[in-house]
Ligand binder design. Structure first.
Ligand SMILES: [Zn+2]
Ligand SMILES: [Zn+2]
Length: 259
């Protein structure tokens, strides 16, 4: 099982050489020659970032959606239509918590996908939709993935959650924060039990409050930082993360062998 970062940028990352933070989880099942791939989030950059990795939209057996910001779902219309029209109706499973599915369709995708050559379409016209319950997580190939609601935007009126992943690999476990506020009390149990932490990390002068900022993450205990890789960052000069005790900033197209 390996995890490849198609990009490591934030939603608004202006770097020409980086893309939004979407990842490819890939494994080749025993006795099978064909790799199975799960795309973790499909942002507006996915058409380009996946092409750079050598992937076409029909190379994916599944797509997991963490939340409804366009750097995580903005590429789904492209994937749906490309698979439908160009790749003989290839269908990927679409994994997302049940709460996200109706707003994903009604507020984000319906305008572009509803009217098609075969009449009115729905999400299930393009994808094999797998509604998830956060408490159950899901299995993908030989890995179980826990789905963890994490507050991403907290206002006086509402809280927008993202759904982080904790992957139980045969040899290696990982915690992938997706987009989350700095929340060490809630995350510490996952930080402690993971072998590798993939942590969204804001850089620069603005502390948005919707992601953990580097200045906050640097205060975490040394044993947590020692297994923490940083991603979802802006195109500012990076601090010396290794000197501060982290594993470092993930580079675009970096691959992690999860055993
Ligand atoms: Zn994001
Ligand atoms: Zn977000």
């Amino acid at each position: 099982m390996k995890l490849t970062f198609a990009g490591t940028g934030s939603a608004f990352c202006m770097a020409a050489e980086n893309f939004q933070s979407n990842m490819v989880l890939e494994t080749t099942p025993l006795g099978d020659e064909q790799p199975q791939r799960l795309l973790i989030d499909c942002g507006s950059d996915a058409r380009h970032s996946l092409r750079n990795l050598g992937h076409l939209p029909n190379d994916f057996d599944g797509v997991y959606i963490s939340h409804l910001h366009s750097d995580h779902i903005g590429g789904l219309e492209w994937m749906a239509l490309a698979n439908y029209f160009v790749f003989d109706g290839h269908r990927a499973k679409l994994f997302a918590v049940k709460e996200l599915l109706e707003p994903l369709w009604e507020h984000s995708l319906r305008g572009g996908l509803e009217t098609s050559d075969h009449g009115n379409s729905q999400l299930s016209s393009y994808f094999d939709v797998v509604p998830l319950k956060a408490k159950d997580g899901f299995d993908w190939q030989d890995m179980h993935l826990d789905v963890i609601p994490v507050p991403h935007i907290v206002t006086s009126e509402t809280t927008m959650f993202s759904y982080a992943l904790f992957g139980h690999g045969a040899k290696t476990s990982f915690f992938l924060t997706t987009d989350a506020i700095f929340n060490p009390a809630a995350h510490m149990a996952f930080y402690q039990k993971a072998d590798i932490i993939f942590q969204d990390c804001e850089l620069g002068p603005r502390h948005s409050g919707v992601h953990a900022h580097y200045d906050e993450l640097v205060t975490l205990p040394d044993d947590v930082k020692a297994k923490m890789w940083l991603y979802h960052y802006q195109a500012y000069d990076k601090p010396d993360a290794k000197a501060d005790g982290f594993c470092g900033f993930i580079e675009p197209e970096q691959v992690f062998d999860l055993g």
